[in-house]
Design a protein around this ligand. Structure first.
Ligand code: HDD
Length: 743
């Protein structure tokens, strides 16, 4: 991997700054003066538009030239204009009757500027309001060819994609690291029409029927009277709902596990959740569930980190994704499918494939890799791309079809409907980020924000006026096929199949599949969340649900709440644990991991420089932490003692024992180590992160009282300390630091 070398804005991400420091041929070398950002006095030539700023040729039925390219490239041109293109002389002073007089109504520029500003905000998404996105590409492996005719899965076929990750509950400005489900929505701009895989990082959902979606969201969002808490499930209405609608218990168990607080969007699995129907060229079908498998493994924060990050860096996941991509550590996932025979029962090994609160353990149906996703480009404009992107579960290419899952069926309605309000009308597919890359030739006309200038007199068919166009396509022209699935003869009912009544067996399976540390985290999460509730009866009701999942889990949570543990009211399921569900026990690459290097003026800076280069060469991001900003010797500083906290680093290296800063209030002046660094070491230790030290760094570890404990290495050199930390990072955390489970 290589960091980007283009002359980007002087205000760069920390990671990109690091790249500049350790890569010899990048401007901004160590020791050189930082670039100045003086106010330019003369216009420069317009910059060429980036690819997503152009307007795809296929965006209208007619291919009409709309002139969008010139306005989309706004602010790159030399001279300021009105929205109508008239050049302006002044944008800082309103037109007044004399310098001290009243402002004149005739000032069109003033009114245009303020009116546009007044309407800059659009409604945030009713769910998944907080998110971040990135561009990339998908490459098919060809392994799904026999199962689906979807062309983007063919071997070696490359398809551009845009992915938006999100939390579910919080508002647009809420913190990233709250305990919540994460959205993982992918737009594949395939040659055969856009495919949106609108999934989550949890393979099951709260509810079984879309008709309950407004109810679960009303319960989970802030209370309607005080509008608190923000972006949290730790409140009464949420637990009221999930304890009454016990179908939600399985999804809630995943939320209370470490999956509810991912380390990074780069270390999350993704799931299409529903079962889809794949059809090959011969019309043969199979049922399938989609999975995204991250190359870096599935990793999470610990709860204290997540809470601290909400205050210290509420944009933690957004920044992480952006920095990784800008530094060239492109995140990757493999797309996989679990495949099931398309039988009339639509079950597999007794699991109802239409029930979105159930998943199929990988041990029963292995995930077969069918392609690879790489995210390699950050958006040019957040609003235009990440905010305006509109996904829809009904955007399917030929070869992928829906099933009768009642949750999916309701979603098919909701995703266009919501855009009518959010994006202001039915023409949102003409917004550049939503434009299909396949040729569009529809008969949809007019409406708010129509950008196409459609030619022709006959947007209907058949017609004799426009030469008969457009004609329906058939198999030979790769038309979308609604698979003619037989619908069993049945009465119209408002009811679920009987198999949907099992609400506990898979929650139990998940619990039993966890390692002791992961079980401890689950117990702590339930205890924390329920302790935040005010109403005793709903805590008791939730404990009754937990008893039906696992009596030990229930007893441990009950102890934490100071309540008696109830007896189960159902026969406990006979569950076989699934090893694939645990996040612990494997080794993963360290790409893009963040290593903090603590350094003081007394450190051997040549050795520090070498370690930093080694960290970067290993594909990780070194961030130098020093008593002050600027430089230490020749080395650029990325974090100071005032800004460094454990949450940002996957591991730390200590190269020196910096003395306390004179202005640290309350500091023990007799101490030889700055108390903020002792706090950093203490937090890293509590968060089970690898710690490496050499030279005077060893005395920091000693003073912090963690020398000789698991995952703390005092080495003879920086190289050795980094090697030890790298070995430990492969397992993500030093798991043995967590106190032994009491269960
Ligand atoms: Fe949904 C957004 C995922 C059930 C209604 N949903 C939305 C997003 C994701 C999901 C990732 C954000 C897309 C983006 O980044 O723009 N939703 C899911 C999953 C579900 C699910 C995995 C169950 C398996 N959703 C679901 C139901 C309904 C909705 C049952 C309604 C009946 N979802 C919406 C919505 C949103 C949305 C209101 C809000 C903004 C948007 O669509 O564009 O239509």
């Amino acid at each position: 991997r290589k960091p980007r070398k283009s002359a980007k804005s002087a205000v760069k991400s920390a990671a990109a700054k690091v790249a500049a420091v350790v890569t010899p041929d990048v401007p901004g070398r160590p020791g050189s003066a930082p670039p100045t950002i003086d106010e330019p006095t003369s216009p420069r030539d317009p910059l060429p538009p980036k690819s997503e700023q152009g307007t795809p040729e296929t965006r209208t039925a007619t291919g009409a030239e709309t002139g969008a390219a010139s306005t989309a490239n706004g602010q790159q041109g030399a001279f300021l204009t009105t929205s109508q293109g008239a050049r302006l002389r002044d944008t800082d002073h309103s037109l007044k009757a004399g310098p001290r007089g009243p402002t004149l109504l005739q000032d069109h520029h003033l009114r245009e500027k303020i009116t546009h500003f007044d309407h800059e905000r659009i409604p945030e998404r009713v769910v998944h309001a907080r998110g971040t996105g990135a561009h990339g590409f998908f490459t098919g492996y060809g392994t799904a060819d026999g199962m689906t005719r979807a062309g983007f899965l063919a071997k070696g076929k490359e398809t551009p994609v845009f992915v938006r990750f999100s939390t579910v509950l919080g508002s647009r400005g809420s913190a990233d690291t709250v305990r919540d489900t994460r959205g993982f929505a992918t737009k594949f701009y395939t040659d055969e029409g856009t495919f949106d895989l609108v999934g989550n990082n949890i393979p099951v959902f709260f509810i079984q029927d879309a008709i309950k979606f407004p109810d679960i969201i009303h319960a989970a969002k802030p209370h309607p009277d005080r509008e608190i808490p923000q972006a949290q499930s730790a409140h009464d209405t949420f637990w009221d709902f999930v304890s009454l609608h016990t179908e939600a218990q399985h999804h809630t168990m995943w939320n209370m596990s470490d999956r509810g607080i991912p380390r990074s969007y780069r270390t999350m699995e993704g799931f299409g959740v529903h079962t889809f129907r794949l059809a090959n060229a011969a019309g043969e079908t199979v049922l399938a569930k989609f999975h995204w498998k991250p190359k870096l493994g599935v990793h999470s924060l610990v709860w204290e980190e997540a809470q601290l990050a909400s205050g210290i860096d509420p944009d933690f996941h957004r920044r992480d994704l952006y920095d990784a991509i800008e530094a060239g550590a492109f995140p990757e996932w493999e797309l996989g499918i679990q495949v099931f025979p398309d039988t009339e029962e639509e079950t597999f090994d007794g699991i109802d494939l239409l029930d979105p609160t159930k998943f199929v353990p990988e041990e029963l149906a292995p995930v077969q890799a069918i392609g690879k996703l790489v995210l390699n480009r950050t958006p040019t404009n957040f609003f235009a791309e990440t905010e305006q992107v509109a996904f829809h579960v009904g955007h399917l290419p030929p070869g992928i079809d829906v099933t009768n899952d009642p949750l999916l069926q309701g979603r098919l309605f909701s995703y266009v409907d919501t855009q009518l309000t959010r994006l202001g009308g039915p023409n949102f597919s003409q917004i550049p980020i939503n434009c299909p890359h396949a040729a569009v030739n529809d008969m949809l006309r007019d409406g708010f924000h129509q950008h196409a200038v459609h030619a022709g007199a006959a947007p209907y068919r058949p017609n004799s006026l426009d030469g008969g166009n457009p004609f329906p396509a058939g198999d030979a022209e790769n038309a979308f096929l609604d698979v003619p699935v037989r619908v069993a003869e049945a009465a119209k009912v408002r009811a679920n199949p009987a198999s949907f009544d099992d609400h506990y067996s898979q929650a139990r399976l998940f619990w039993l599949s966890m390692s002791p540390v992961e079980q401890d985290h689950i117990v702590a999460a339930y205890t924390f969340e329920l302790a935040k509730c005010y109403e005793q009866p709903l805590k008791e009701r939730q404990l009754r649900a937990l008893a039906n999942i696992d009596p030990t889990l229930c007893a441990r949570v009950a102890t934490g709440l100071g309540l008696p543990a109830p007896e189960p009211t159902v026969q406990l399921a006979d569950a076989t644990p699934s090893a694939a569900l645990s996040q612990i026990g494997q080794e993963w690459p360290g790409d893009g991991r963040v290593i903090g290097i603590v350094v003081g003026p007394d450190a051997d800076l040549a050795a520090v420089g070498q370690v930093r280069a080694e960290v970067f060469a290993a594909g990780m991001l070194p961030l130098l932490i020093a008593p002050h900003g600027g430089t230490v010797g020749d080395l650029a500083v990325q974090r100071t003692f005032a800004t460094a906290r454990s949450i940002e680093y996957d591991a730390i290296l200590l190269a020196a024992a910096p003395a306390p800063a004179p202005d640290v209030s309350g500091a023990d002046k007799a101490a030889t180590v700055d108390p903020r660094i002792l706090l950093l070491v203490d937090e890293c230790w509590r968060h089970a992160k690898a710690i490496g030290a050499w030279d005077a760094g060893g005395s920091v570890v000693e003073q912090a009282g963690v020398a000789g404990t698991p995952g703390v290495t005092i080495a003879d050199s920086g190289t050795e300390a980094f090697a030890a930390v790298t070995r430990l990072l492969a397992a993500h955390r030093v798991w043995e630091r967590f106190p032994a489970s009491v269960s």
